[in-house]
Design a protein around this ligand. Structure first.
Ligand code: URA
Length: 423
């Protein structure tokens, strides 16, 4: 095989053979083909795209660069969820224990946040003592005994993606639907769950801003999941405004615990239940009502056991910010704009997120708000509260919020659930 032939084939709009794909992914992962040649190939894919079969082979080759986990020894169905990332999107926290409380094991390998969207592991690390690293044996034991694990992915999970994603990041080839879909799905399929539910966000705070592009990404990912034998459904959901009433780390844990206690913001509850129903239906348990497990406290019990199993104290007070700053409503009327991207950037600048992978995050930093889009506000009422460990961060966060709030602007918010995509 010759990397130049592979590049030329794709550059000229041809279809790569299965052998070419397997060879180039394997050779790149092992360091035999250099970055400059794979950069050229990625750019050719960016412009030429990939056919359905070609992309399925590409994704399988990425999975085969590591290990696909076998969870059959659990003797219980398994289901997992992936969100393409949004602002205030804490649904994984209540969802994993909720689905586990309904008898389905949830193996959730998560990541950290980068940029304006938060990371699940960063949120959970706000809980004193909680550890993201769970070794293989403890992982299976926790899935068996508690039913849910949310932890960091090991190095054996689609290692080709680590190299390809880093290269895409510096070659302007991140925003390609086949490359995004294969990157996400190689990791999710390798996790070994029987069913997968994808939450594809759309709107200003999402990776994909446009609903049609989000649908296309959802269709591509559902096709890849099904091609790999994983029952896959996608919900396309709104991210023009943030989810719930909090964006940050500790503040999102607090809101998740409210949901598990049977309360919490209506949109978080609605989305969590919609995702839970899909996960349960995906493994043939569509007759189980997850709302019941929220009401009767079973989901909360699993949450407490899940946090404790990973060293966390579910009763410990969460970190509090050194500084708070209130932003008031600009007018009286209906809140029609609360821009997800702006709030995400503000939370990030307050210290809740990181600009580079190795940066630390603040557990206490974030933003909370007192009204959701569609609700009435009165001029001068407290609307946003900025939390930070460092008051010097507040002016830049306020800059991000300029124009983010609007009352009676005539804008129509997206419906929370825009679409459901199946194979
Ligand atoms: N998340 C991923 O894991 N990969 C992408 O390419 C984009 C988002």
């Amino acid at each position: 095989m010759d990397a130049i032939d592979v590049i030329r084939t794709k550059r000229d709009g041809g279809q790569l053979s299965a052998d070419q794909i397997r060879w180039v992914i394997d050779a790149y992962t092992r360091g035999v083909v250099p970055d400059e040649q794979v950069s050229a190939l990625l750019m050719a894919v960016f412009f030429r795209g990939m056919a359905r079969d070609e992309l399925a082979v590409w994704t399988q080759a990425m999975i085969d660069s590591g290990e696909r986990k076998d969870l059959s020894s659990l003797g219980r169905p398994t289901a997992d969820k992936h969100s393409t990332g949004g602002v205030g999107d804490k649904t994984t926290l209540p969802l994993a224990p909720l689905v586990a409380a309904c008898g389905v094991a949830v193996p959730q390998l998560s990541g950290r946040g980068l940029g304006h969207t938060g990371g699940t592991l960063d949120k959970l690390e706000a809980i004193p003592g909680w550890r993201a690293d769970v070794h293989e044996e403890a992982y299976l034991a926790q899935l068996r005994e508690v039913g849910a694990v949310i932890c960091a992915a090991g190095n054996d999970l689609a290692p080709a993606d680590k190299k390809l994603y880093a290269l895409r990041d510096v070659t302007g080839t991140v925003e390609s639907i086949p490359l995004i879909a294969s990157s996400i799905m190689s990791k999710k399929i390798a996790e070994g769950a029987d069913a997968l539910v994808l939450d594809v966000k759309t709107g200003s705070g999402a990776f994909m801003k446009d609903p049609e592009a989000s649908r296309e990404l959802a269709r591509t990912m559902v096709g890849l999941g099904e091609a790999a034998g994983v029952h896959t459904v996608a919900l396309v959901t709104a991210m023009d405004r943030p989810l719930g009433r909090a964006a940050g780390n500790a503040v999102e844990v607090t809101e998740s615990v409210e949901v598990l206690a049977g309360g919490g913001p209506a949109d978080v509850v609605e989305l969590t239940l919609a995702l839970a129903r899909e996960m349960l239906a995906g493994v043939g348990r569509g007759d189980v009502d997850p709302a019941e497990a929220l009401r009767d406290g079973r989901a909360m019990d699993v949450w407490r056991r899940m946090v404790t199993a990973q060293g966390g104290d579910p009763d410990a007070p969460l970190p509090q910010p050194a500084e708070r700053h209130v932003v008031t409503a600009p007018a009286t009327g209906t809140l029609t704009r609360l821009d997800a991207y702006a709030l995400g950037v503000a939370a990030w600048r307050l210290g809740a997120g990181r600009a580079r992978k190795e940066d630390p995050v603040s557990a206490a930093a974030g933003v909370t708000w007192t009204a959701a889009v569609g609700e009435q506000v009165v001029a001068g009422q407290p609307l946003l509260e900025l939390h930070t460990d460092d008051a010097a961060r507040i002016p830049r966060a306020l800059e991000a919020l300029e124009g983010a709030v609007g009352v009676d602007t005539g804008e129509e918010p997206l419906p929370l659930l825009l679409d459901r995509i199946t194979a």
